[in-house]
Ligand binder design. Structure first.
Ligand code: ADP
Length: 307
């Protein structure tokens, strides 16, 4: 099992009367991309801020890279890069100048990493172009490059694709995958764009009203999202009869269009196909219908799915 990068224990945060985080117990492992999912006000930014040391928890603790003492925690904090809210970039400077400034601010004046980082995020050809003339996607990539100064092990990206066009979203997706695959970074990323998050994350953390409701791997999610096998046959009555008599199930429904929804045997589709074939049922269509990440999330937090 991969190394633990971060653990929160009973992490809670109250802002005056507002309980933003409630007893959060989380464990993040190296090299994974965690998609943080929650509605507005669920506590996503607060969680990232507490982990990044940008605020103090009311209760509980954060264990980074296995450390706990305050001095160790301070050093460990340098192994975190975070892009929370808009990237702090100077509009009148070039990409390279911005990264140099980041190096200075992080106390690394002689750190010659700018070109390498620009190459990594696909901005090496921007030359003297000022950031104010960058597209939003380029700015976000530069913002991510800035978080990489100091070579952190854990990256936290709060809504990094907000406002990006489809091309910009793909650029960020590819960058995140590259950072995970080739640099072995652990990434915690929040987004409202759940289909996009589904494409990039290896694991999902679902947060609602300050509580972690579920942590689930991509594979587990796929498994749980399978809801039924959709079958279409030349003769739906014959199909239904074989399901009952040969596969001994009544857990299916014949739809008005004569297709059949089979709620059993989701992991035994081959067997279903074989038994139907052996009993001369001519199948014209067989597919597995799945719920989306959004529908699954709504189920987890106990709400109705979006229209
Ligand atoms: P999210 O990032 O999921 O939208 P936040 O972490 O920003 O959620 O907010 C969680 C809750 O905490 C919300 O109810 C929000 O109004 C409240 N909150 C966040 N920051 C502050 C603050 N600085 N002062 C008071 N309340 C805050």
């Amino acid at each position: 099992m991969s190394n633990m990068v971060l653990e929160t224990r009973d992490l809670s945060k109250e802002y005056k009367s507002q309980r933003a985080l409630k007893h959060v117990n989380l464990r993040l492992r190296q090299g994974k991309i965690y998609g943080l999912i929650g509605k507005n006000g669920a506590g996503k930014t607060t969680l990232m801020r507490m982990i990044a040391g940008l605020g103090f928890p009311t209760q509980g603790s954060v264990l980074l890279f296995g450390t706990k003492s305050r001095s160790e925690l301070e050093a460990a904090g340098k192994r975190i890069g975070s892009l929370i809210e808009a990237p702090a970039l100077v509009a009148g400077m070039s990409a390279k100048e911005n990264l140099h400034l980041q190096c200075l601010m992080k106390g690394m004046p002689d750190y010659k990493i700018e070109n390498e980082l620009l190459e990594l995020v696909g901005l090496k050809d921007t030359g003297k172009k000022k950031v104010k003339n960058f597209s939003l996607g380029m700015r976000q990539r530069l913002g991510i490059a800035a978080t990489l100064v100091g070579n952190p092990d854990l990256l936290m990206l709060d809504e990094p694709i907000n406002g990006l066009d489809p091309a910009g979203i793909i650029e960020i997706r590819n960058l995140i995958k590259k950072l995970s695959a080739f640099e072995n970074k652990t990434i915690l990323i929040s987004s409202h764009n759940l289909p996009e998050l589904y494409q990039v994350a290896t694991d999902f953390i679902m947060i609602h009203e300050g509580e972690i409701r579920e942590v689930i791997s991509h594979e587990e999610l796929d498994d749980r999202c399978k809801c039924y096998i959709s079958l279409e046959a030349v003769n739906a009555n014959q199909l239904a009869a074989v399901l009952e008599e040969k596969l001994h199930t009544e857990n299916f429904q014949v739809m008005p269009d004569s297709s059949v929804r089979l709620f059993d045997f989701l992991d035994e589709r081959e067997r279903v196909g074989r038994v139907l074939h052996e009993n001369d049922v001519i199948i014209t269509e067989m597919s597995v219908c799945e719920t989306s990440l959004e529908e699954y999330f709504m189920r987890v937090i106990g709400g109705k799915k979006h229209a």
